[in-house]
Design a protein around this ligand. Structure first.
Ligand SMILES: [Zn+2]
Length: 466
């Protein structure tokens, strides 16, 4: 059967598989024996491996960290890298985030496009090639990761035990082809406060954000009942009116005041599409007490060096290059109590810059304020030249299937492509379509799911046969 015919005749199967996978709420959870990222991720991994095995592929589960589905033979191996974990859904969804409901030919749900729909499309694409009778001279391995959104512990574990593919693709970005990905650094700013830290503003707790790589949509501050709460209430109202920032104020039974800053979530690689709830809160707090308590100093450091900035200007990081554009920065998480403070930023730096240079700037600045800097996560930049056989083949296939001109481009998002040498992100979002990853009301259009499978089938055929 031809590749396109196979995909079209499996339309209903593909939709069902995608819905079943999206319905598993595979947010990273607490480890259990054999389930390093929690039981929902274990379920999602098992779901895909069983689907692959039902289709007649070889499958392997690597101790619950990752798995693969494979066919073909030969010395060389093509890798297709996908991930089954999702970021928490956040609030404000029109349809239930794990309902996998279809409305107006869109399949809604957390993970629909990032990265479960594309993972299912890639699997059906492999099946189309396998059943097509085309000669295959390489192995094709669909690698299923389960910790992409956090620390990539899955692939580290996996590649300590399994061979690296010789080249690969990851349907976790955009079409046509992404041949450059910025370097990523997650950095914590920490400070311990003295036991009786003086705190002129009555702040007993501040917490916001769930992941470094998401623009936080929520940040909460709790002020003591002993603080001048009437002033805070009127101050926040005034501040909200003058800035347009959204705040909610509630009083707890014990008289404490709870202030919630409401932002707009987005992926940290495109911070300009969100509103940072932590940054908004810091902007308000910075206008309070001028006393030099430790907590105030810490807040002032964060406000003056990061605040609402998304290009790291005040940290001296406003750099850019031709290949990949501007450095971006996102203040993703904050946790402050009376004992200590921790804030985590996500930095995406251009491919021609060095991690050491970025770090040196930050460390020098933080040291002056007595703040400890720790690197929590680092991913080196990716760059595969446009004349590379892989980029050329993928661009050919893209144009053949869509009739659209192909080009190679850079992103700030980090895909699994950078986990192996000679790999690029290919799909799954088409040019001109909105970036829905990590946002509320994430969906994949059914027609895009189908076209992804067709493009992947042709790409696999192009790269492993003949
Ligand atoms: Zn993703």
């Amino acid at each position: 059967m031809g590749l396109d015919l196979f995909i079209e005749s499996h339309r209903d199967d593909m939709i069902r598989s995608t819905r079943e996978l999206v319905a598993i709420p595979s947010v990273k959870g607490l480890p259990e024996p054999g389930k390093p990222f929690g039981k929902e991720l274990h379920k999602a991994l098992e779901y895909m491996l069983q689907l692959g095995s039902k289709m007649g592929f070889q499958t392997k589960n690597i101790d619950g960290y990752a798995g693969h589905i494979e066919f073909g033979q030969g010395d060389k191996m093509m890798g297709i890298l996908v991930h089954l974990d999702v970021v928490p859904p956040g609030e404000g969804w029109t349809y239930p985030p794990f309902g996998a409901e279809i409305h107006d030919n869109r399949l809604y749900g957390r993970g629909a496009v990032d990265d479960k729909g594309p993972a299912v499309a890639a699997l059906y694409a492999m099946k189309a090639v396998k059943d097509s009778g085309l000669p295959v001279n390489k192995r094709v391995r669909l690698i299923l990761g389960t910790d992409e959104e956090s620390g990539w512990e899955d692939l580290r574990y996996y590649f300590e035990r399994e061979p690296m593919p010789d080249f690969g693709v990851s349907p976790d970005g955009r079409y046509p082809v992404i041949n450059a990905e910025k370097g990523i650094l997650h950095i914590a700013f920490r400070k311990k406060f003295s036991k009786y830290a003086y705190n002129s503003i009555g702040l007993s707790k501040m917490s916001g954000g769930q992941r470094p790589n998401m623009v936080p949509d929520k940040c909460i501050c709790i002020f003591d009942s002993s603080a001048n709460n009437d002033n805070i209430v009127s101050g926040i109202k005034r501040f909200g009116n003058s800035t347009g920032y959204e705040f909610e104020i509630t009083s707890a039974e014990n008289g404490d005041l709870l202030v919630k800053s409401i932002g707009k979530p987005a992926h940290a690689s495109a911070p300009e599409t969100g509103h940072n709830a932590i940054g908004q809160m810091l902007a308000y707090l910075a206008g309070l007490g001028q006393e030099d308590g430790e907590i105030e100093q810490y807040l002032r450091f964060l406000q003056s060096r990061v605040g609402m900035e998304i290009h790291g200007e005040s940290l001296g990081l406003a750099v850019e290059d031709q290949l990949s554009g501007k450095l971006t920065l996102n203040l993703g998480m904050i946790n402050i109590d009376r004992e200590s403070g921790e804030a985590v930023i996500d930095i995406r730096y251009p491919v021609s810059y060095k991690k050491e240079d970025v770090l040196a700037k930050i460390e020098a600045d933080a040291a002056k304020s007595g703040i400890e800097v720790q690197v929590l996560n680092y991913q080196k930049p990716l760059y595969v030249p446009e004349d590379h056989f892989l980029v050329q083949a993928l661009m050919r296939v893209y144009t053949k299937l869509t009739g659209q001109p192909a080009y190679a481009m850079a992103i700030g998002g980090g895909t699994y492509a950078r986990a192996i040498k000679d790999a690029v992100a290919f799909g799954a979002v088409f040019p001109g379509k909105p970036e829905l990853a990590h946002q509320k009301d994430e969906y994949i259009e059914i027609e895009d799911l189908m076209l992804n499978a067709r493009i992947y089938a042709h790409a696999i055929a192009e790269l492993v046969s003949g």
